[in-house]
Design a protein around this ligand. Structure first.
Ligand SMILES: Nc1ncnc2c1ncn2[C@@H]1O[C@H](COP(=O)(O)OP(=O)(O)OP(=O)(O)O)[C@@H](O)[C@H]1O
Ligand SMILES: [Mg+2]
Length: 460
């Protein structure tokens, strides 16, 4: 990798040797004869790595080091000195230099430091991007009264140990809210264990939740620790809790009442201290009247109920959400942020959002991928949103710039792929559910995923 390296040293001979060494190794070399000049260059030229002399007239190396770090904490700095004493080396380390080398400079040492420094810089930058991506990924965005109320409920529920039941349609942000509660709770440093009760086959859910001993049933060749045990001292998130069988409901109720679990195939009880957050997109009261959900479990779970309204009932949040997803997308993909025109936002407000916020996010990302432009207009949105409400053929690429299929075969594959991705997103990448909803055997869906190389997009 060709890098831009800044050498700050008051001795002209050192600057020249360094320049020769670095340029010979294929790098671009900038030089500065004083601390002040070095700082100015660093600010203007944004180098990948700095070699910094400790003893210089004027601003000394340590002072420059701390200012460089203040400018860009990911910037790797190598300290250079002829008079290196242990204490300055220590001090330099404390201030964030990652290497200390002594004059006379050996070419091997210099190039070694370059390699290590560049790797370190890449790691630090990746880290920083990941961290900020994670932080913004978990932010709850919205300005309307509904979201304010939800944030208020999150704030009040978080520090308690009370069980929370989050209700709302698919894609409204139930998982995001569950995570927010955990993150703001006293258990934040412990685990957040998620169990999707709808995705786990009936015969496996109990051993998944409560664990089993070796030999508990045919096929149990190893003992397994259950999710409740894993979540000890932390939080368990029972997602799609409305899909649990009667038998599992009874067992979960017992954990809630007694605070203890029993692994399958064992009569030993294990105490667990777990906070439960549950979520469902089903109408539990209806499930209760239909005899499919236990009323006593419902009361246990809904100590603090949080009802999340669908996006169509909080259109006032659309503009802030669009801006948030667009900013996030451009940050993660190193693109200039695009603006959505007021009429484009209007079209978004008029669309039907059956997949709620998840669907809105996908639409925003699709718009940004397809049209590489500064402002997204109403017509751009119409192309994508219309394509969303009609399946298959209408999801064909538009004139907005994506590659167009040339043959009928390509077109068929293209639209089949687009349809599947769309449906998978709508059902949260739950394969069984998607297969059921689009009325195809699960095995066929798996085959298609492989054929088209479709991979689940991760949320966090
Ligand atoms: N208020 C919000 N601010 C920012 N992003 C949000 C908000 N609500 C939801 N999202 C985003 O929308 C997507 C769907 O949210 P989430 O997975 O929490 O929904 P859900 O209700 O659990 O859906 P499902 O019922 O399908 O599991 C996620 O990418 C999430 O980050
Ligand atoms: Mg969810």
């Amino acid at each position: 990798m060709k890098a831009r390296i800044l050498v700050i040293d008051d001795e002209p001979a050192i600057r020249e040797t360094m320049r020769m060494t670095l340029e010979y190794d294929g790098h671009e070399c900038l030089t500065a004869g004083s601390g002040q000049e070095g700082l100015t260059l660093a600010e203007r030229e944004n180098p990948d790595l700095v070699f910094l002399d400790i003893k210089m007239p004027g601003l000394d190396g340590l002072e420059v080091l701390s200012r460089l770090r203040g400018m860009n904490e990911a910037l790797p700095v190598v300290m250079v000195s002829a008079h290196g004493t242990a204490t300055t080396a220590l001090e330099a380390g404390r201030l964030g230099a990652f290497r200390f080398i002594e004059k006379p400079l050996s070419k091997d040492y210099v190039l070694d430091a370059v390699r290590e420094g560049l790797e370190l810089g890449t790691l630090r930058r990746e880290n920083r991007t990941l961290r900020s991506a994670l932080e913004t990924r978990h932010q709850l965005i919205g300005e309307g009264a509904a979201l304010k109320q939800i944030m208020d409920q999150v704030r009040r529920a978080s520090p308690t140990n009370a069980t929370v039941l989050i209700l709302g349609e698919s894609g409204v942000g139930k998982e995001l809210i569950a995570r927010a509660i955990h993150r703001n709770s006293l258990r934040a440093k412990e685990r957040f264990v998620q169990v999707n009760c709808a995705a786990i086959p009936e015969e496996l859910i109990e051993s998944e939740l409560f664990g089993h001993e070796r030999g508990a049933f045919t096929g149990a060749t190893e003992k397994q620790v259950g999710k409740f045990e894993m979540a000890d001292r932390g939080t368990i998130f029972l997602d799609e809790v409305g899909d649990m069988s009667a038998k599992t409901q009874a067992k979960v109720l017992r954990v809630l009442q007694e605070g203890e679990v029993e692994r399958l195939g064992s009569s030993r009880t294990i105490k667990v201290d777990v906070r439960v957050i549950a979520a469902t997109n089903k109408d539990l009261e209806e499930e209760i009247s239909a005899g499919r959900f236990r009323e006593d479990l419902y009361f246990r779970l809904s100590v603090i109920p949080i009802a999340v309204p669908p996006l169509r009932e909080r259109l006032e949040d659309i503009s802030a959400l669009v801006q948030h997803f667009s900013a996030q997308f451009s940050r993660e993909n190193n693109r200039r942020p695009a603006r959505f025109s007021p009429s484009a936002l209007d079209v978004l407000r008029q669309a039907r959002w059956r997949g709620n916020i998840r669907e809105l996010r996908n639409v925003v990302e699709r718009l940004l991928i397809m049209g590489d432009r500064d402002t997204i207009e109403a017509d751009d949105v119409r192309n994508v949103v219309r394509a969303d409400s009609r399946p298959a053929a209408s999801t064909a690429p538009t004139s907005a710039g994506a590659a167009r299929p040339a043959t009928l075969r390509e077109f068929k594959d293209w639209s089949e792929r687009a349809f599947l991705v769309d449906k998978l997103r709508e059902f949260g990448w739950n394969i069984s559910k998607t297969a059921e909803m689009i009325d195809t055997p699960r095995s066929n869906l798996y085959k298609k995923l492989e054929q088209y190389g479709i991979k689940q997009e991760t949320d966090a």
